[in-house]
Design a protein around this ligand. Structure first.
Ligand SMILES: NC(=O)c1ccc[n+]([C@@H]2O[C@H](COP(=O)([O-])OP(=O)(O)OC[C@H]3O[C@@H](n4cnc5c(N)ncnc54)[C@H](OP(=O)(O)O)[C@@H]3O)[C@@H](O)[C@H]2O)c1
Length: 234
C-alpha cells in the first residue's frame, strides 16, 4: 500500500492530484478549510473509487493548529507517507502600495508557513522509511514579478526558495523534492473571470505531471516542473 497526502483537495489542482493517486489505488489524506465542500468530494470519491482508503479533515494549514490536527490524523492512520503535495494556496490581487494591511502576511502564512510546518511534521515518517517525494505547488509568479499580484508573487517566490533548499537538505536521505511551477490553470477560482477554459491549463495537466514524476527510477529526481499555456502566460 502507498500513501499520499494532499492539502487543499476539495477543488482545482489539489482535487485533480488526489484523484490521480486514487486512480492508482493510493491511500490518500486530504484537507481543506470548508468541511461541507470537502465532505461532498470525499463521498463522491468513495462511490467512484471502490475500496478507496481516504482520510480527511477540515483543517486550515495557515494555522499551527490546523497543521497539527492534520498531521496527528495522518500519523494515527498511515504507517508512512510516500507522497506529500503542498498544494493549498491563497491568491489575492493588489499593489504593494495600497493593498489591505497584512495581505502579505496572510499569504505567507498559507503559501509558505503551511508547507513549511506540514513538511517538518511529516518528514520524520519519510526519513524513517528512507524514501518519500514532496511536491510544492509554486507558480509562474514564483519565477517572475507580476504587476497587480505582488504579495502573491512574493509568497510564491518564498515557497520556491523553501522547495529548492529542502531538496538540497534531503538528497542524502533519499527523499525527493519537486517544485511544480504552473501557469494559469482552470479551477473554480477562475469561474466568472471571462477567461476561456481552453486558453489555459487543465488541473489534470498538473496531476499527470506529478504522477509521472513520482514514477521515475529511485535515483532520478525531477527538480522543477514548469507548465504554461501553449499561447503563453495570461
Ligand atoms: N489556478 C491557477 O491558475 C494556479 C496557477 C499557478 C499556481 N497555482 C497554485 O496552485 C494551488 C491550487 O490552486 P487552485 O487554483 O487549484 O486553487 P483553488 O481552486 O482555489 O482551490 C484551493 C483548494 O485549497 C483549499 N485551501 C485554500 N486555503 C487553504 C488553507 N489555508 N488550508 C487548507 N486548505 C486550503 C481550498 O478549500 P477551502 O477553501 O475549503 O479551504 C481548495 O480545496 C495554489 O497553491 C495556487 O497558488 C494555481
Amino acid at each position: 500500500m502507498k500513501y499520499a497526502v494532499i492539502t487543499g483537495a476539495s477543488q482545482g489542482i489539489g482535487k485533480a492530484v488526489a484523484e490521480r493517486f486514487l486512480e492508482e489505488r493510493y491511500s490518500v489524506a486530504v484537507c481543506a478549510r470548508q468541511r461541507d465542500r470537502l465532505a461532498i468530494v470525499v463521498n463522491q470519491w468513495r462511490e467512484q473509487y471502490e475500496d478507496a482508503d481516504i482520510i480527511w479533515l477540515n483543517a486550515d494549514i495557515s494555522t499551527e493548529k490546523g497543521v497539527t490536527d492534520f498531521y496527528s490524523l495522518i500519523k494515527m492512520s498511515f504507517p508512512q507517507v510516500d507522497i506529500l503535495v503542498n498544494n493549498a494556496g491563497l491568491y489575492k490581487s493588489g499593489l504593494i502600495a495600497n493593498e489591505p494591511e497584512h495581505q502579505l502576511e496572510r499569504m505567507l502564512q498559507t503559501n509558505l508557513m503551511g508547507p513549511y510546518r506540514l513538511t517538518r511534521a511529516l518528514l520524520p515518517m519519510m526519513v524513517d522509511h528512507h524514501s518519500g517525494h514532496i511536491f510544492n505547488i509554486c507558480s509562474i509568479a514564483s519565477q517572475k514579478p507580476m504587476k497587480g499580484i505582488a504579495s502573491y508573487s512574493i509568497s510564491k517566490y518564498a515557497l520556491l526558495g523553501f522547495s529548492d533548499n529542502l531538496r538540497e537538505e534531503l538528497r542524502e536521505q533519499n527523499i525527493k523534492v519537486t517544485s511544480v511551477v504552473p501557469g494559469a490553470t482552470w479551477s473554480a477560482s477562475w469561474q466568472g473571470s471571462g477567461v476561456d477554459p481552453e486558453r489555459i491549463l487543465e488541473a489534470r495537466d498538473i496531476s499527470q505531471m506529478i504522477w509521472a514524476a513520482s514514477n521515475l527510477s529511485p535515483q532520478a529526481s525531477t527538480d522543477t516542473i514548469v507548465l504554461r499555456p501553449v499561447k503563453g502566460d495570461m
